[in-house]
Design a protein around this ligand. Structure first.
Ligand SMILES: C[S@@+](CC[C@H](N)C(=O)[O-])C[C@H]1O[C@@H](n2cnc3c(N)ncnc32)[C@H](O)[C@@H]1O
Length: 365
């Protein structure tokens, strides 16, 4: 169990906490082998034009490897690290950076991870880029696939495909209606033995490692509320479907899921919805505070605004409480006193938030 300080925790919910700080330091506060899954999307490798375009990449890989090492220590032997890395061009050239593959080699060769399986996230709504090669010169196609490395601490991490089955194809549904009429049990030239077992309904098909997930969440509560409050949302969010797939696949309810580059806390919100404990680590206090919108966007705007403002300075406790009148924990300073300047708004927020809870609790996850 880890306890973070009042200053570090931005908000807590029933199942998790968004924590502000450098994840290298926050990971160092955590016990060995305490985490079931880390799912994350690190900041993008900034590539400057250099002779071979690789020197900055080398810095990036060394930088990211420090997080990989710290993550390895806190993962349980059954744990996984899922890392989403977008592709990139070498700056100013129509050639691709190999940084995701260098990251993979570094993590497996030097840090002791296993590559459980490589995944590819296909985002059909991705815009063409870079404009120069794709739109103007028309010498490259749209890059719409991110690499997502599923790394594990041991060769047999916790995983259950039954939790992520996808709908059967129309053809398979026909087969299931009348297996005998549809299939003749026989050996195929490929030596795959097709038997009546194929006619068994397993509740869905096994998914492939190509995950098709559009990144179009313009109607999410987070974005809608940020727009309504005229606050700039986090610019590099991944879609809920991405952490959702891996949380369902690689963890069970009650397990601990951590995002070490949490941004708008997509991972934490999905983990909460799926009944997993979670921690989000985010360096930027404003991003961390803004991510509270993911948990309170169904509340009146003035309440949300107040919570967002407070979260930039104080810990907000959204933990369900049987005595909601107690106070919004975020209304307290770390010493337990209320902020005088915000007192009136805070009290208004407390009243409206009768269902949204508030007793002080240990920030343990
Ligand atoms: C690509 S974004 C992650 C977005 C996230 N997946 C989402 O859906 O909102 C990467 C985040 O990592 C944060 N970050 C960068 N360095 C960090 C560090 N050392 N510790 C914690 N967070 C860091 C950045 O501020 C940024 O918000």
């Amino acid at each position: 169990m880890t306890e973070f300080s009042d200053k570090q925790v931005v908000y807590s919910t029933a199942l998790g906490s968004q924590v502000c700080g450098d994840s290298l330091e926050l990971l160092a506060q955590m016990a060995d082998e305490s985490v079931d899954l880390i799912v994350t999307s690190p900041p993008f490798a900034l590539l400057r034009a250099k002779k071979y375009g690789n020197e900055d990449q080398a810095d990036y890989i060394a930088w990211l490897a420090k997080f990989g090492e710290a993550a390895h220590r806190v993962l349980k032997p059954t744990g996984s690290l899922v890392i989403d890395l977008g592709g990139a061009y070498v700056k100013g050239r129509p050639t691709r950076s190999l940084y995701q593959y260098r990251v993979l080699l570094k993590f497996v060769d030097d840090l002791g991870y296993h590559l459980a399986e490589e995944f590819f996230w296909y985002n059909p709504s991705k815009l063409p880029s870079p404009i120069e090669w794709v739109n103007k010169q028309r010498i490259r196609v749209k890059d719409a696939v991110n690499t997502v490395w599923w790394l594990s601490k041991t060769e047999r991490p916790k995983a259950d495909v039954n939790q992520v089955l996808v709908p059967y194809s129309a053809r398979m549904n026909k087969l299931l209606e009348n297996p005998a009429a549809f299939y003749d049990a026989k050996a195929r030239p490929s030596e795959h033995d097709i038997s009546m077992k194929f006619g068994r309904d397993n509740g869905g098909a096994i998914p492939t490692n190509l995950l098709t997930i559009p990144n179009t969440d313009s109607n999410s509560g987070y974005l809608r509320t940020a727009r309504a409050l005229d606050i700039r949302s986090h610019p590099a969010r991944f879609p809920e479907g991405l952490p959702e797939f891996f949380i369902k696949f690689l963890t069970e309810p009650g397990d601990l899921v951590v995002d070490i580059f949490a941004g708008s806390n997509t991972t934490g919100m999905v983990a909460e919805r799926l009944g997993r404990r979670w921690l989000g680590f985010e360096l930027d206090r404003e991003y961390a505070a803004l991510s509270i919108l993911r948990f309170v966007s169904d509340r009146p705007l003035d309440v949300v605004r107040t919570l967002y403002d407070l979260a930039q300075e104080k810990w907000i406790d959204l933990t369900p409480s049987p005595a909601p009148s107690a106070a919004v924990a975020g209304a307290r300073t770390t010493s337990g006193r209320r902020s005088r300047t915000k007192k009136a708004v805070v009290e208004a927020a407390v009243e409206v938030m009768a269902g949204l809870p508030v007793k002080k609790r240990a920030r343990r996850t």
